[in-house]
Design a protein around this ligand. Structure first.
Ligand code: G
Ligand code: G
Ligand code: MN
Ligand code: NA
Length: 253
């Protein structure tokens, strides 16, 4: 099956859904918000993981339709989530390629107005990728979003291309430590060092840190001791379908 054309069909035929994974303030245990994670249930292929289809969507150009779908859905859901938690932050994954589009900020403005949402409670997660570093255009693109008031996170920090100079120049609101540094933090001195240093750097630059891939309380305690503000991972919850997430939220307010 040609994934690119199947993806086009997926958008039209309702095969996509957004799951939500909670993000928790480590000091208080209160809910910070949730990351929206795309899921694709294909009638023959079954569940196709985003790690597989996002790169294909990017290289085939389908990503622009996909991203519009994700943003539209995520903001509709956010309107319902803030009923339970007014300060709820929804995080949306954005491809570096999407950042170069001039029409996406307009879509954000339209949807934020339509749903009467606070832009400061919307976080865009950018993955470190080559495209992010190809030009100064990215900084201009980020400024468009800053003017709207939407927040920006660097995702999977430490695995990609970003230099410390880049981090300083871009002024990210949030830094997400990649799960590869978190999953063995209990046993790996190197991972402990990397996580602690990332927290220190983030603090100096005025960003806050979200650690992903927290699977047990010991890892959580370590990150908390480094000053990491927010955690995400199976220890708190797996990514959940929207209705299940709403129920989880209600029970964990
Ligand atoms: O949770 P999960 O294994 O499904 O996510 C795998 C990867 O797919 C993550 O790195 C995430 O950044 C990416 N991803 C998930 N949802 C989206 C999305 O809506 N848009 C983009 N561009 N990437 C996504
Ligand atoms: O956007 P990003 O690539 O960071 O997406 C996070 C990915 O990590 C998703 O695929 C999500 O399902 C996965 N994930 C979230 N929490 C955990 C966890 O505690 N352990 C592991 N192994 N994966 C996780
Ligand atoms: Mn992400
Ligand atoms: Na990530």
């Amino acid at each position: 099956i040609a994934i690119a054309s199947a993806l086009k069909e997926a958008i039209e035929c309702d095969q996509l859904s957004l799951f939500f994974q909670p993000q928790i303030y480590l000091n208080t245990g209160k809910v910070h918000g949730a990351e929206a994670l795309l899921r694709w249930e294909h009638p023959q292929l079954g569940n196709v993981p985003p790690d597989l289809f996002i790169p294909i969507a990017e290289s085939s150009g389908i990503i622009s339709d996909l991203t519009e779908w994700v943003i539209t859905q995520a903001l509709q859901y956010q309107k319902k989530m803030i009923v339970l938690l007014p300060e709820h932050i929804v995080s949306i994954n954005i491809s570096a390629k999407d950042l170069l589009r001039k029409d996406l900020p307009v879509l954000f403005i339209t949807l934020l107005n339509e749903h009467q949402l606070n832009p400061a409670n919307v976080m865009l997660e950018l993955t470190e990728s080559a495209t992010l570093f190809e030009g100064v255009d990215i900084k201009n693109a980020l400024n468009d979003y800053r003017l709207i008031g939407v927040k920006i996170a660097i995702d999977d920090f430490g695995t990609g291309y970003s230099s410390l100079a880049y981090l300083s120049k871009m002024g990210f609101d949030e830094i997400k430590i990649d799960k590869q540094f978190v999953m063995n933090i209990e046993y790996s001195k190197n991972d402990q060092t990397i996580c602690r240093a990332t927290c220190d750097i983030a603090k100096s630059l005025g960003s806050y840190v979200v650690a992903e891939g927290i699977e047990d309380s010991q890892s959580m305690a370590k990150l908390q001791s480094y000053g990491c503000e927010v955690g995400q991972g199976y220890f708190f919850s797996r990514p959940l379908p929207f209705e299940d997430y709403m129920q989880w939220l209600e029970e964990n307010l």
